[in-house]
Design a protein around this ligand. Structure first.
Ligand code: FES
Length: 166
């Protein structure tokens, strides 16, 4: 009888300890997880459908300007730099800061180039440096494609492939 009672008490104790452990782990996980506002703050989703060919759009992402430029059919595809959406449209998407000293270059649609007024740097339509002091192309932000939208800040398979080939 005493033996049965001891076994019963052992099971009750083990069950209580298990429930307490589960609650503790859940509480710790809640503490460690970033707040939802922090998670969403790092990502910016942009619908690319309304963009017009050869017209620069600028969105703000993590405090930086991001250039979005839709290519027309006359622009030669650049598989190393083009961002391609589900409908096959091609875009230049870059952080719009000159890689020389960080000025914001201007898009000159009539010349198909970006020009930096600070020291005369120039970039082609793919935001590759072509003239002056900029040491490298403008940076491509982490992204993923969802249909005809781009999510800035998320390293999707297209971004990883692009970085592996660059
Ligand atoms: S900051 Fe653009 S060329 Fe110097």
């Amino acid at each position: 009888m005493d033996k049965n009672r001891r076994a019963f008490m052992g099971k009750v104790l083990a069950g209580t300890a298990g429930v307490a452990t589960a609650f503790s782990l859940y509480a710790m996980k809640r503490t460690w997880d970033p707040l939802p506002s922090v998670i969403s703050a790092g990502f910016t989703t942009v619908d690319l459908s309304p963009l017009k060919e050869n017209e620069l759009s600028i969105v703000k992402w993590r405090g930086k300007p991001v250039f979005l430029l839709k290519h027309g059919p006359d622009v030669t595809p650049n598989d190393k730099r083009d961002i391609v959406t589900t409908d096959g449209s091609r875009y230049t998407v870059v952080i719009g800061l000159c890689t020389h000293l960080g000025c914001i270059p201007e898009w000159k649609g009539s010349e198909n180039k970006f020009k930096c007024a600070c020291h005369g740097g120039e970039y082609n339509i793919y935001a590759e440096n072509t003239f002056g002091p900029p040491p490298r192309p403008m940076d491509i932000p982490p992204f993923t494609i969802k249909g005809n939208s781009i999510v800035l800040g998320e390293e999707g398979p297209e971004y990883k492939k692009m970085m592996a080939n660059s």
